[in-house]
Write a protein that binds this ligand. Structure first.
Ligand code: PLP
Length: 359
């Protein structure tokens, strides 16, 4: 089983052995608390400072605007709740194709009396910029739009979205958990995590120039998120960022080879351009994704029959429904997400298997 071909990198990725190597000393030797006033503490604090600079540089930002979190879910919660709680405006705009950590936070905010507009998308998953413009009103505090969609890979035109927000004095947040290190990111608030880029799970960050404290206690993270820092994970996150920035070409080649090999046999979901470089989502109409998932398991291919967070749900994917797929089309879909650790040989085998399954 553990030799299966892993094509579920949108759910999570293998820790790069080079990341493990830099993390290990912080688990075994440099285990000090960064707040401690001795050599162990100094070593840990120095590692965090260095890591923060790596993340900041990757966004052309200042280190003091990067705050480590426990991952993408916490990053999204912190930004959405803090911005809304601390604004005298009560309206937030998002999309129907956000990750659940944004959608369910928005639903909860609605229960607290906030108003949320959920923008629809076209058949490739793009929002309509005119609709965004006309949805902004005097009560709008924040726009929150996922940059690279986790299911269908659509990369929104964040630059134009940001321009519209700035022209209308509205703040922009983007969930960049899937797009980080793959495309440039610019917004007022950014959510990041490490486990989609061969870093450890349970570590993420936010970019913010000004934000209220999230967790109260000690003075960690500039007194905005208290709690002893997860030093090994922070060190691993930064190493993963460095490696990921250097290694995107192989990923896109594998993704394109896969699409080219299957496109005449399946219905590709999502755009052909402006798409996350690791994402292939498609339907084999007439075959249920439960059936397809089982067949691929038998062929030792690990992929996603829905997004990982809802793979246990029987409902058709809300993202595929939002781009206009019927229940049948949505329920016959698969998501393959490649990584730099896949090989051309694996992709050849996968193409052959998919062709066979469509017959
Ligand atoms: C777009 C997006 N946002 C947020 C998350 C949640 O991140 P984490 O698993 O680090 O909490 C994920 C991961 O599933 C994601 O794909």
């Amino acid at each position: 089983m553990f030799n299966d071909i892993y094509l579920d990198n949108g759910a999570t990725t293998m820790l790069d052995p080079k990341v493990v190597k830099v993390m290990l000393p912080y688990l075994t030797k440099h285990y000090g608390n960064p707040s401690s006033n001795h050599s162990y503490g100094d070593k840990a604090l120095e590692a965090i400072d260095k890591a923060r600079k790596v993340i900041a540089d990757s966004l052309n930002a200042k280190p003091e605007n990067i705050f480590f979190t426990s991952g993408g879910t916490e990053s999204n919660n912190w930004i959405l709740k803090s911005v809304m709680f601390n604004s005298n405006k009560k309206h937030l705009i998002t999309t129907k194709i956000e990750h659940k950590s944004v959608l369910n936070t928005c639903k909860w905010l609605e229960e607290q009396g906030y108003h949320v507009t959920y923008l629809g998308v076209n058949n490739e998953g793009f929002i309509d910029l005119e609709q965004l413009k006309s949805s902004i009103n005097d009560n709008t505090a924040l726009v929150s739009i996922i940059q690279g969609n986790n299911e269908i890979g659509t990369i929104q035109d964040l630059e134009s979205i940001y321009k519209i927000c700035q022209e209308n004095n509205v703040l922009l947040h983007t969930d960049a958990c899937q797009s980080y290190t793959k495309v440039p990111i610019k917004a007022d608030f950014i959510s990041l995590n490490a486990h989609k880029i061969h870093g450890p799970k349970g570590i993420g960050a936010i970019y913010a120039q000004k934000i209220e404290a999230w967790q109260h206690g000690g003075q960690q993270e500039f007194s905005l998120r208290a709690g002893t820092e997860n030093v090994p994970a922070i060190v691993g996150f930064a190493e993963a960022v460095k490696l990921s920035l250097k290694n995107q070409n192989k990923v896109v080649k594998l993704r394109d080879k896969l699409i080219e090999g299957i496109k005449d046999y399946v219905k590709i979901n999502g755009p052909l351009e402006k798409r996350l470089n690791n994402n292939v989502n498609f339907s084999i109409i007439g075959k249920s994704n439960d059936y397809l998932g089982e067949k691929l398991r038998q062929h030792s291919i690990a992929c996603s029959t829905k997004s990982a967070c809802s793979s246990k749900s029987l409902e058709p994917s809300y993202v595929l429904k939002a781009i206009g797929l019927s229940d049948e089309e949505a329920n016959s879909s698969l998501r393959f997400t490649v990584s730099r650790f896949n090989t051309e040989k694996e992709i050849d085998y996968v193409i052959k298997t998919i062709k066979r399954l469509t017959q």
